[in-house]
Design a protein. Structure first.
Length: 462
C-alpha cells in the first residue's frame, strides 16, 4: 500500500512514512494510491462487534507492513481504553429516523480523540522501534490541540508544540492545552486567528532546513492516519443501523473537511452511504463552493462553534484530487491560484462530481442557538454548538434512509453557548472535575515564522 501526493510531485510513501511526515514536500496531502474495498459480506460481519474489532478490520488494509496484526490490535486496544463509554461511539435516537453519533467520550471530550489517541500509540510504537525523535507541531482552533497534547504528553521520543489563536478558544479548550505539566508539552498562544496558525504551520513545513533539523511531524487533520481512524465510526454506526442491507445518510459539522472526508473514504470502500451532508456555521466557504463552484476565502467570523471557524479547508484538497480525476498538476494549479488570489473556480466536471457525492447547508448563529434549544425540548439531548449546526442542517436533509448526525464535542466543552441557548450549565464529566484548579503554562507568540522557529529550536535543543 503506497501513498501519493495530491499535487503529484512528491515521492510515494508507505503508511508509516506518510504518518510520520504529514504534509508532502510538494505542499500536497497524502492519499492512498488505491482505496481498498470491503465486500457486502465483510461489511455485514461488522455488525455488533466491539468498536476495537471494527477498527482493526476497517484499517488493516491501509497500514501495509507497518505493524503486524497482533501489534496493531494491541495499539488499537490501548488507544480506546481511556474512553468513558464502552461503545466508544454510541448512537442515540433524536427522532423517527434521525440518530446522533456521540463522538465525545474520549479524554478531551471531542471527536479528535478518536484519531489522536490512536496516532499517539502508532507514533510511539514506530519511534521506539527506530530510536528516532520527532517534533510535532500542530495548529488548532481548539480541539485538535488538546487532543494532541493528551495523546503525546509524556512520550519519550516526541516534543509537542501547539499553536492556538490567542483569545479565540473556549476556557475549557485552553485549559486542556495549558494545564498538562509534562516537559515535552508546549502550548503557544498566537496573535491571530486559526488560519494564521495553520498558515504558520504550512510555512514551517515548507522551510526544509528547519523541517529536517527538528524532524518536524504534523498531526493536523491533513495527516492521513487521522483521516483513517475516523473512517471506522462510519462503519460502526452504519452497520448498527442496517448497512449493508440498507443505505445510511450522514451529516457532518465541518471546518477543515477532515471528518466528512473520512465518510467519503468509507463510501469509497463500499459502505452504502446515501447522502453525505456538509454542515457549516457562518464561515461557509465549503457550502458556497459546493453550491456555486467558487472557492473564495473571506475573513473568519468568530462564532459560537469556534472549532469550525475556518476559511481555508485543508482536506478539501483531497476530494478535489478525486474530482479532477487524480490529476495532481490540476490540483497544484488551483492551490497556487488560491495562494495568489484568495480564490479558485472548480471546473464544471469536477463540480458535478462533488455534487454527486455531497450536499451542504449553512447555519447562522441564531440558528445554532435555536437548534440547541429545540433538540433539548424535542429529544432531551443537550448538544454542543457544533453538533447543533449538524442537527439543524440534517433536519433539512431527512429522507428515506436513516440519518446519522455526528456529535463532535461534549456540551461541557462549550458551556457559554449552551447556557445562553438553554439556561442550563453543562457539567464536565467527573473525571475532569479539577480542570479549573490546575495551574496553566502557556507562551504568547506573535504570528511570525522566524520567532516561532527560534523558540522551537531553543526548546528542543535541535
Ligand atoms: C475539529 C472540529 C470540527 C470540524 O472537524 P473537521 O474535521 O475540521 O471538519 C467540528 N466540531 C468540533 C467540536 C471539532 O473539534
Amino acid at each position: 500500500m503506497q501513498y501519493i501526493s495530491t499535487r503529484g510531485a512528491a515521492p510515494a510513501l508507505t503508511f508509516e512514512q506518510a504518518m510520520l511526515t504529514g504534509l508532502a514536500r510538494d505542499g500536497g496531502l497524502y492519499v492512498p494510491e488505491t482505496v481498498p474495498t470491503m465486500n457486502e459480506g465483510e461489511i455485514a460481519a461488522l455488525a455488533g462487534l466491539p468498536y476495537e474489532e471494527i477498527a482493526f478490520r476497517v484499517m488493516r488494509p491501509f497500514i501495509g507492513e507497518t505493524f503486524t496484526d497482533d501489534e496493531f490490535k494491541a495499539l488499537i486496544a490501548k488507544a480506546y481504553a481511556g474512553f468513558g463509554h464502552d461503545a466508544r461511539a454510541p448512537l442515540k435516537q433524536l427522532g423517527p429516523n434521525h440518530f446522533l453519533l456521540e463522538l465525545f467520550h474520549g479524554p478531551t471530550l471531542a471527536f479528535k480523540d478518536f484519531a489522536m489517541q490512536l496516532i499517539g500509540q502508532l507514533f510511539q510504537a514506530s519511534l521506539s522501534r527506530s530510536g528516532d525523535r520527532v517534533t510535532i507541531v500542530g495548529a488548532t482552533s481548539g480541539d485538535t490541540g488538546s487532543a494532541a497534547i493528551e495523546a503525546f504528553r509524556g512520550l519519550k521520543n516526541v516534543d509537542v508544540f501547539i499553536l492556538f489563536p490567542h483569545g479565540r478558544v473556549s476556557e475549557v479548550q485552553r485549559r486542556q492545552m495549558t494545564t498538562p505539566a509534562d516537559a515535552n508539552v508546549h502550548a503557544l498562544a498566537v496573535d491571530g486567528d486559526f488560519d494564521t496558525c495553520q498558515g504558520l504551520l504550512k510555512d514551517m513545513f515548507n522551510d526544509f532546513d528547519f523541517r529536517d533539523r527538528v524532524r518536524l511531524a504534523g498531526v493536523n487533520s491533513i495527516n492521513w492516519a487521522r483521516v483513517l481512524a475516523q473512517v471506522v465510526y462510519y462503519f460502526s454506526a452504519a452497520t448498527s443501523l442496517g448497512a449493508p442491507h440498507r443505505a445510511v445518510d450522514f451529516t457532518v459539522p465541518t471546518g477543515n473537511f477532515g471528518d466528512i472526508f473520512a465518510g467519503y473514504i468509507a463510501k469509497t470502500m463500499g459502505l452504502p452511504i446515501g447522502k453525505l451532508v456538509v454542515a457549516t456555521n457562518q464561515n461557509d466557504i465549503l457550502h458556497r463552493c459546493l453550491t456555486t463552484g467558487v472557492y473564495q476565502t473571506e475573513s473568519v467570523l468568530p462564532s459560537i462553534s469556534p472549532s469550525m471557524d475556518i476559511q481555508v479547508s485543508s482536506n478539501f484538497e483531497r476530494v478535489l484530487f478525486d474530482a479532477y480525476g487524480r490529476d495532481g498538476r490540476a490540483v497544484a494549479q488551483l492551490m497556487d491560484e488560491l495562494k495568489g488570489t484568495g480564490k479558485f473556480t472548480v471546473s464544471q466536471g469536477a463540480l458535478q462530481s462533488l455534487q454527486d457525492t455531497f450536499e451542504s447547508g449553512r447555519v447562522s448563529e441564531e440558528g445554532t442557538s435555536a437548534s440547541i434549544k429545540r433538540t433539548l425540548a424535542h429529544s432531551a439531548e443537550l448538544l454542543c454548538p457544533h453538533s447543533a449546526v449538524g442537527v439543524a442542517v440534517a433536519e433539512n436533509h431527512l429522507g428515506a434512509n436513516p440519518m446519522v448526525t455526528l456529535a463532535t464535542a461534549h456540551p461541557a466543552k462549550f458551556p457559554a453557548a449552551v447556557e445562553e441557548a438553554t439556561g442550563i450549565h453543562p457539567a464536565l464529566p467527573p473525571r475532569m472535575g479539577d480542570l479549573f484548579d490546575r495551574p496553566e503554562r502557556v507562551t504568547r507568540m506573535p504570528g511570525d515564522l522566524k520567532a516561532l522557529e527560534a523558540l522551537i529550536l531553543e526548546r528542543t535543543g535541535a
